[in-house]
Design a protein around this ligand. Structure first.
Ligand code: NAP
Length: 241
Protein backbone atom coordinates (compact mmCIF):
# COMPACT_ATOMS: atom_id res chain seq x y z
CA UNK A 1 0.00 0.00 0.00
CA UNK A 2 1.59 3.27 -1.15
CA UNK A 3 1.47 6.59 0.69
CA UNK A 4 -1.30 9.02 -0.23
CA UNK A 5 -0.73 10.52 -3.68
CA UNK A 6 -4.15 12.20 -3.91
CA UNK A 7 -4.26 14.71 -6.78
CA UNK A 8 -0.56 14.38 -7.55
CA UNK A 9 0.09 14.31 -11.27
CA UNK A 10 2.73 11.68 -12.01
CA UNK A 11 4.17 10.82 -15.44
CA UNK A 12 5.51 7.27 -15.88
CA UNK A 13 7.37 6.10 -18.99
CA UNK A 14 7.58 2.45 -20.02
CA UNK A 15 4.12 1.87 -18.60
CA UNK A 16 3.10 -1.00 -20.88
CA UNK A 17 4.45 -3.88 -18.84
CA UNK A 18 6.73 -4.94 -16.01
CA UNK A 19 7.69 -2.40 -13.36
CA UNK A 20 6.07 0.58 -15.11
CA UNK A 21 2.69 -1.06 -15.47
CA UNK A 22 2.38 -2.12 -11.82
CA UNK A 23 3.72 1.27 -10.71
CA UNK A 24 0.98 3.07 -12.67
CA UNK A 25 -1.72 0.84 -11.18
CA UNK A 26 -0.46 1.32 -7.62
CA UNK A 27 0.01 5.09 -7.97
CA UNK A 28 -3.49 5.36 -9.40
CA UNK A 29 -4.91 3.28 -6.53
CA UNK A 30 -3.12 5.67 -4.14
CA UNK A 31 -5.00 8.62 -5.68
CA UNK A 32 -2.48 9.94 -8.22
CA UNK A 33 -3.47 11.25 -11.62
CA UNK A 34 -1.19 9.05 -13.69
CA UNK A 35 -0.07 9.83 -17.23
CA UNK A 36 1.26 6.56 -18.63
CA UNK A 37 3.60 6.66 -21.62
CA UNK A 38 4.68 3.62 -23.60
CA UNK A 39 5.08 2.32 -27.13
CA UNK A 40 2.63 -0.54 -27.61
CA UNK A 41 -0.97 0.68 -27.89
CA UNK A 42 -2.38 -2.75 -27.03
CA UNK A 43 -0.54 -2.94 -23.71
CA UNK A 44 -1.60 0.60 -22.83
CA UNK A 45 -5.23 -0.26 -23.56
CA UNK A 46 -4.97 -3.22 -21.19
CA UNK A 47 -3.58 -0.86 -18.53
CA UNK A 48 -6.48 1.55 -19.09
CA UNK A 49 -8.98 -1.30 -18.77
CA UNK A 50 -7.48 -2.25 -15.41
CA UNK A 51 -7.42 1.40 -14.18
CA UNK A 52 -9.76 3.65 -16.22
CA UNK A 53 -8.57 6.91 -14.61
CA UNK A 54 -5.05 6.49 -16.01
CA UNK A 55 -4.32 8.65 -19.06
CA UNK A 56 -2.45 6.63 -21.68
CA UNK A 57 -0.14 7.98 -24.35
CA UNK A 58 1.52 5.88 -27.03
CA UNK A 59 4.77 7.24 -28.42
CA UNK A 60 8.11 5.80 -29.47
CA UNK A 61 10.45 7.66 -27.15
CA UNK A 62 13.21 7.23 -29.72
CA UNK A 63 11.41 9.85 -31.79
CA UNK A 64 12.81 13.10 -30.33
CA UNK A 65 10.47 15.66 -31.92
CA UNK A 66 7.30 13.58 -31.74
CA UNK A 67 7.91 13.07 -28.03
CA UNK A 68 8.50 16.79 -27.43
CA UNK A 69 5.33 17.74 -29.33
CA UNK A 70 3.26 15.40 -27.17
CA UNK A 71 4.87 16.47 -23.87
CA UNK A 72 4.40 20.17 -24.67
CA UNK A 73 0.64 19.65 -24.18
CA UNK A 74 1.00 18.15 -20.69
CA UNK A 75 -0.42 19.87 -17.58
CA UNK A 76 1.73 20.93 -14.60
CA UNK A 77 3.14 17.81 -12.93
CA UNK A 78 4.35 16.70 -9.48
CA UNK A 79 6.49 13.77 -10.51
CA UNK A 80 8.21 11.98 -13.37
CA UNK A 81 9.43 8.37 -13.39
CA UNK A 82 11.85 7.68 -16.23
CA UNK A 83 11.31 3.93 -16.30
CA UNK A 84 11.29 2.96 -20.00
CA UNK A 85 14.36 0.94 -20.84
CA UNK A 86 15.75 -1.79 -23.04
CA UNK A 87 18.37 -4.42 -22.27
CA UNK A 88 20.34 -6.12 -25.02
CA UNK A 89 22.44 -8.72 -23.25
CA UNK A 90 25.22 -10.17 -25.41
CA UNK A 91 28.94 -10.72 -25.14
CA UNK A 92 31.03 -7.66 -26.05
CA UNK A 93 32.27 -9.28 -29.26
CA UNK A 94 28.72 -9.87 -30.53
CA UNK A 95 27.32 -6.40 -29.90
CA UNK A 96 26.54 -4.30 -32.99
CA UNK A 97 26.32 -0.60 -33.77
CA UNK A 98 22.54 -1.03 -33.92
CA UNK A 99 22.52 -2.58 -30.42
CA UNK A 100 24.56 0.39 -29.19
CA UNK A 101 22.26 2.99 -30.74
CA UNK A 102 19.03 1.22 -29.77
CA UNK A 103 20.09 1.00 -26.13
CA UNK A 104 21.53 4.50 -25.80
CA UNK A 105 18.54 6.01 -27.64
CA UNK A 106 16.03 4.69 -25.10
CA UNK A 107 18.00 4.38 -21.87
CA UNK A 108 19.69 7.79 -21.87
CA UNK A 109 18.85 10.01 -24.87
CA UNK A 110 15.09 9.61 -24.39
CA UNK A 111 15.42 10.27 -20.64
CA UNK A 112 17.34 13.46 -21.39
CA UNK A 113 14.69 14.50 -23.93
CA UNK A 114 11.64 13.71 -21.79
CA UNK A 115 13.07 15.41 -18.70
CA UNK A 116 14.16 18.52 -20.60
CA UNK A 117 10.87 18.78 -22.50
CA UNK A 118 8.89 18.54 -19.24
CA UNK A 119 11.06 21.10 -17.42
CA UNK A 120 8.51 23.95 -17.67
CA UNK A 121 5.82 21.62 -16.28
CA UNK A 122 7.38 20.72 -12.91
CA UNK A 123 5.69 22.26 -9.86
CA UNK A 124 7.84 23.46 -6.96
CA UNK A 125 8.55 20.39 -4.81
CA UNK A 126 8.44 17.96 -7.73
CA UNK A 127 10.41 14.74 -7.80
CA UNK A 128 12.09 12.95 -10.70
CA UNK A 129 12.98 9.27 -10.30
CA UNK A 130 15.24 7.45 -12.76
CA UNK A 131 14.90 3.69 -12.96
CA UNK A 132 18.55 2.75 -13.22
CA UNK A 133 20.23 -0.53 -12.31
CA UNK A 134 22.91 -2.00 -10.09
CA UNK A 135 24.64 -2.61 -13.44
CA UNK A 136 25.41 1.13 -13.48
CA UNK A 137 28.11 0.56 -10.87
CA UNK A 138 28.83 -3.20 -11.02
CA UNK A 139 29.85 -5.41 -13.95
CA UNK A 140 27.76 -8.35 -15.10
CA UNK A 141 28.41 -10.72 -17.99
CA UNK A 142 26.96 -9.50 -21.29
CA UNK A 143 25.86 -6.14 -19.86
CA UNK A 144 28.48 -3.88 -21.54
CA UNK A 145 26.17 -1.50 -23.36
CA UNK A 146 23.34 -1.71 -20.84
CA UNK A 147 25.73 -0.90 -17.98
CA UNK A 148 27.18 2.06 -19.88
CA UNK A 149 23.71 3.54 -20.42
CA UNK A 150 22.77 3.12 -16.78
CA UNK A 151 26.09 4.66 -15.65
CA UNK A 152 25.25 7.62 -17.91
CA UNK A 153 21.79 7.73 -16.35
CA UNK A 154 23.29 7.90 -12.85
CA UNK A 155 25.53 10.72 -14.01
CA UNK A 156 22.51 12.58 -15.41
CA UNK A 157 20.72 12.02 -12.08
CA UNK A 158 23.54 13.69 -10.14
CA UNK A 159 23.92 16.57 -12.61
CA UNK A 160 20.19 17.31 -12.57
CA UNK A 161 20.03 17.05 -8.78
CA UNK A 162 22.59 19.86 -8.70
CA UNK A 163 21.04 21.98 -11.43
CA UNK A 164 17.35 21.57 -10.56
CA UNK A 165 17.78 21.60 -6.76
CA UNK A 166 17.53 25.41 -6.53
CA UNK A 167 14.14 25.14 -8.27
CA UNK A 168 13.07 22.69 -5.53
CA UNK A 169 12.97 19.77 -7.96
CA UNK A 170 14.61 16.63 -6.55
CA UNK A 171 16.27 14.01 -8.78
CA UNK A 172 17.14 10.49 -7.58
CA UNK A 173 17.39 6.95 -8.93
CA UNK A 174 16.51 3.43 -7.90
CA UNK A 175 19.16 0.86 -8.83
CA UNK A 176 17.84 -2.70 -8.59
CA UNK A 177 19.60 -5.94 -9.26
CA UNK A 178 17.55 -8.56 -11.18
CA UNK A 179 13.85 -7.78 -10.70
CA UNK A 180 11.39 -10.66 -10.85
CA UNK A 181 9.16 -9.32 -13.59
CA UNK A 182 7.75 -12.02 -15.87
CA UNK A 183 10.87 -11.67 -18.02
CA UNK A 184 13.12 -11.73 -14.94
CA UNK A 185 11.49 -14.95 -13.67
CA UNK A 186 11.82 -16.55 -17.11
CA UNK A 187 15.45 -15.48 -17.53
CA UNK A 188 16.67 -16.38 -14.06
CA UNK A 189 14.70 -19.51 -13.14
CA UNK A 190 17.66 -21.72 -14.18
CA UNK A 191 19.67 -22.27 -10.98
CA UNK A 192 22.87 -22.79 -12.95
CA UNK A 193 22.57 -19.21 -14.18
CA UNK A 194 21.13 -17.58 -11.06
CA UNK A 195 23.22 -19.48 -8.46
CA UNK A 196 26.53 -17.59 -8.85
CA UNK A 197 24.75 -14.21 -8.73
CA UNK A 198 22.56 -15.19 -5.78
CA UNK A 199 25.69 -16.31 -3.93
CA UNK A 200 26.73 -12.62 -3.84
CA UNK A 201 23.37 -11.43 -2.46
CA UNK A 202 23.28 -11.89 1.33
CA UNK A 203 19.46 -12.07 1.27
CA UNK A 204 19.87 -14.91 -1.28
CA UNK A 205 17.04 -13.83 -3.56
CA UNK A 206 16.26 -11.34 -6.31
CA UNK A 207 14.17 -8.16 -6.10
CA UNK A 208 10.35 -8.30 -6.29
CA UNK A 209 8.56 -5.69 -8.43
CA UNK A 210 6.79 -4.32 -5.34
CA UNK A 211 10.15 -3.63 -3.73
CA UNK A 212 11.15 -1.42 -6.68
CA UNK A 213 7.78 0.33 -6.57
CA UNK A 214 8.14 1.02 -2.85
CA UNK A 215 11.55 2.61 -3.54
CA UNK A 216 10.18 4.76 -6.35
CA UNK A 217 7.14 5.76 -4.29
CA UNK A 218 9.38 6.80 -1.38
CA UNK A 219 11.48 9.02 -3.67
CA UNK A 220 8.34 10.55 -5.22
CA UNK A 221 6.68 11.17 -1.87
CA UNK A 222 6.83 13.81 0.83
CA UNK A 223 8.72 11.26 3.01
CA UNK A 224 11.93 12.00 1.07
CA UNK A 225 11.88 15.79 0.77
CA UNK A 226 15.60 16.14 1.69
CA UNK A 227 16.81 13.23 -0.48
CA UNK A 228 18.40 14.58 -3.66
CA UNK A 229 21.05 13.18 -6.01
CA UNK A 230 20.83 9.76 -4.35
CA UNK A 231 21.06 6.29 -5.91
CA UNK A 232 18.91 3.84 -3.96
CA UNK A 233 20.51 0.42 -4.49
CA UNK A 234 17.92 -2.34 -4.27
CA UNK A 235 20.20 -5.36 -4.17
CA UNK A 236 19.77 -7.27 -0.92
CA UNK A 237 23.31 -6.36 0.20
CA UNK A 238 25.15 -7.34 -3.02
CA UNK A 239 27.47 -4.36 -2.66
CA UNK A 240 28.75 -5.36 0.77
CA UNK A 241 29.29 -9.03 0.00
P1 NAP B 1 10.08 -4.26 -19.56
O1 NAP B 1 9.17 -5.26 -18.93
O2 NAP B 1 10.87 -4.66 -20.74
O3 NAP B 1 9.22 -2.95 -19.90
C1 NAP B 1 9.83 -1.85 -20.50
C2 NAP B 1 8.76 -0.87 -20.96
O4 NAP B 1 9.43 0.22 -21.61
C3 NAP B 1 7.79 -1.50 -21.96
O5 NAP B 1 6.48 -1.16 -21.62
C4 NAP B 1 8.21 -0.86 -23.28
O6 NAP B 1 7.16 -0.61 -24.17
C5 NAP B 1 8.76 0.48 -22.82
N1 NAP B 1 9.65 0.99 -23.86
C6 NAP B 1 10.81 0.45 -24.32
N2 NAP B 1 11.29 1.16 -25.34
C7 NAP B 1 10.40 2.18 -25.56
C8 NAP B 1 10.33 3.23 -26.50
N3 NAP B 1 11.26 3.38 -27.45
N4 NAP B 1 9.29 4.08 -26.43
C9 NAP B 1 8.33 3.92 -25.49
N5 NAP B 1 8.34 2.94 -24.58
C10 NAP B 1 9.36 2.07 -24.61
O7 NAP B 1 11.14 -3.69 -18.50
P2 NAP B 1 11.18 -3.81 -16.89
O8 NAP B 1 11.88 -5.07 -16.55
O9 NAP B 1 9.87 -3.50 -16.28
O10 NAP B 1 12.23 -2.62 -16.61
C11 NAP B 1 11.84 -1.29 -16.38
C12 NAP B 1 13.08 -0.49 -16.04
O11 NAP B 1 13.76 -1.11 -14.95
C13 NAP B 1 14.09 -0.41 -17.18
O12 NAP B 1 14.65 0.88 -17.25
C14 NAP B 1 15.14 -1.44 -16.78
O13 NAP B 1 16.41 -1.12 -17.33
C15 NAP B 1 15.12 -1.30 -15.28
N6 NAP B 1 15.61 -2.48 -14.57
C16 NAP B 1 15.02 -3.70 -14.78
C17 NAP B 1 15.53 -4.82 -14.13
C18 NAP B 1 14.90 -6.19 -14.33
O14 NAP B 1 15.53 -7.18 -13.91
N7 NAP B 1 13.72 -6.30 -14.90
C19 NAP B 1 16.62 -4.68 -13.27
C20 NAP B 1 17.19 -3.43 -13.08
C21 NAP B 1 16.68 -2.34 -13.73
P3 NAP B 1 6.45 -1.78 -25.02
O15 NAP B 1 5.66 -2.56 -24.01
O16 NAP B 1 5.60 -1.10 -26.02
O17 NAP B 1 7.58 -2.57 -25.62
Amino acid sequence: MLANFANKVIVVTGAGQGIGRLLCQQLSNAGAKVIAISKSVEKLKELKESCPSIEIISVDLKNWQNTRDILSKFPQIDGLVNNAGVAIIKSFSDLTEQDFDDTFDVNIKAVFNVTQALLPKFKTGSSIVMVSSLAASRSFDGHTIYSATKAALDSLTRSLALELGPRQIRVNSVNPTVVLTKMGRDNWSDEKKSGPLLAHIPLNRFCEINEVIDGIAYLLSSKSTFVNGHHLNLEGGYSVS
